[in-house]
Design a protein around this ligand. Sequence first.
Ligand code: ATP
Ligand code: MG
Length: 276
Amino acid sequence: MSARASILAVTSGKGGVGKTFFSANLAAALARQGERVLVLDADLGLANLDVVLNLQPKITLHDVFTGKATLDQAILAAPGGFSVVLAGSGLVEYSRLTPQVREQLVEIIDQLAPRYDRILLDTGAGISDVVLHAISLADDVLVIATPEPTSMTDAYATIKLLAIQQGRRSIRLVVNQVSAVGEGRTIRNQLQLVVDRFVCPQLNGGNSAAVALDLQGEIPTDAAVRESVQRRSLLLERAPGAPAALAVVAIAARMARAGAAINPAAAPSTSVAEGR
Ligand SMILES: Nc1ncnc2c1ncn2[C@@H]1O[C@H](COP(=O)(O)OP(=O)(O)OP(=O)(O)O)[C@@H](O)[C@H]1O
Ligand SMILES: [Mg+2]
């Protein structure tokens, strides 16, 4: 097991493209592979992870921020065998990045990191200061886009900002709601072209600087997704054989393989993970 969790921020630009659905189900798939996983609801303004997981948290990040509860008390067991820390809905006062929010998020992640193999940050829609700050605390960032033109434009704007402001040179991409096999690759290539043409020349090093969009996989549009959200259950549990569920499992397997190639000691075991 690695000493510190690998932190992955899940973001999109455009809202409603499937960040929360993906984060929750990816966490379940990674947990099934033996990883100790925690999902942090980093959508401080309009959290909905609790809705998707059918959890009614008594203690949320809000209580940790205001000193009413400890972080340990805010860590909940999610149905998929992973842990979650929920933001609680209507944390409006935290949707702005004050120095206090900035510091507390850093502290919370520092405390959580040694205890898990992977932490997923489910960020809110858009690229507000809070979202950018949460992303800056992550080792890697994964952008979710759909084939819709508005989603692609917003994904591009997000990628541009991450490359320029945060110096990101490798950004993971998941294309959700595809209608044909291979559409994800096409969209990745289209985005990569605009990034090469318009973003790379603005970076230090000019044309020699590269930003790689690393396609993690594509997820088909699947009625079972909407159904699972409506029933407030994980797709992986409700319809494990659904095409979208299989796609998420394949992405998790790919991530685990990539992690094992970089750090063989961190390869997930198949035994039941401790610490949930
Ligand atoms: N692959 C899919 N197939 C069908 N419907 C999908 C798929 N992915 C997402 N959806 C639909 O999109 C809705 C929004 O998904 P989700 O809440 O995960 O988006 P989000 O990006 O987290 O939104 P927000 O930006 O508001 O946080 C889901 O409730 C579901 O109905
Ligand atoms: Mg969401």
